[in-house]
Design a protein around this ligand. Structure first.
Ligand code: PGA
Length: 228
């Protein structure tokens, strides 16, 4: 089981150092932290497994505001999130740029968490599977690739997919691509045990609840309890 803490644009280097000193992942779970770019160096120095929140598809060049695989590898970062719904919604990320970022990162030796998930209106219109099929059509299974199913209506809203909704989406995703699938969207210590015990849920991508050591540790512990 993989539990990734996705800090978004929270936690500068000072808070990151404090978090990393206090955080001890329980045995039996792989815990990954995904701090913002400016905190990556501090996070890597702690010895925890660190992923970035994005990565570009070129080794270097005139790409203002982007970061390359080369820079991440030099920093000691092990992987990157790609295609998070906030990138898709606010920064023009498309299925094609998700494909380019993912392929380049995997080729460069980084691990990737590629995010997919439907909007609320797409679910209401019965289009969830069509959206997942389209978003996943650009990805190819790879040992270092993990997919995160994150229904957009559940992200940061406190609305979580029911365990059945998560299980159904994960099972569908696994008919399209043979990689582990994390669930993301308002995962908290109280709902983690049930979500993580679904057959096709292989871990979690945790936003808000990963900002505090206590709640993130509780979610990691829930994962460790299930598989031990
Ligand atoms: P959340 O965020 O846990 O705060 O809903 C999840 C994510 O965006 O990955």
């Amino acid at each position: 089981m993989l539990i990734a803490g996705h800090w978004k644009m929270y936690n500068g280097p000072g808070v990151t150092r404090e978090f990393c000193v206090a955080f001890e992942p329980p045995d039996g779970v792989e815990a990954v932290l995904c701090p913002p770019f400016g905190s990556l160096g501090a996070a890597v120095a702690s010895g925890h497994t660190i992923f970035a929140q994005n990565v570009h598809w070129q080794d270097e060049g005139a790409f203002t505001g982007e970061v390359s695989t080369k820079i991440l590898l030099e920093l000691g970062v092990e992987g990157a999130i790609v295609g998070h719904s906030e990138r898709r919604q606010y920064f023009g990320e498309t299925d094609e740029t998700v494909r380019m970022r993912t392929e380049h990162a995997l080729d460069a030796g980084l691990r990737v968490i590629a995010c997919v998930g439907e909007l609320e209106e797409e679910r209401e219109r019965g289009e969830t599977e069509d959206v997942l099929r389209r978003q996943l059509s650009v990805l190819t299974a790879h040992d270092a690739l993990v997919v995160a199913y994150e229904p957009v209506w559940a992200i940061g809203t406190g609305k979580t997919a029911t365990p059945e909704q998560a299980q159904d989406a994960h099972a569908f995703i696994k008919t399209l691509i043979d990689v582990p699938v994390l669930y993301g969207g308002s995962v908290k210590p109280d709902n983690a045990p049930e979500l993580l015990s679904q057959r096709d849920v292989d871990g979690a991508l945790v936003g808000g609840a990963s900002l505090e050591v206590e709640s993130f540790t509780a979610i990691c512990q829930a994962a460790a309890n299930i598989r031990s």
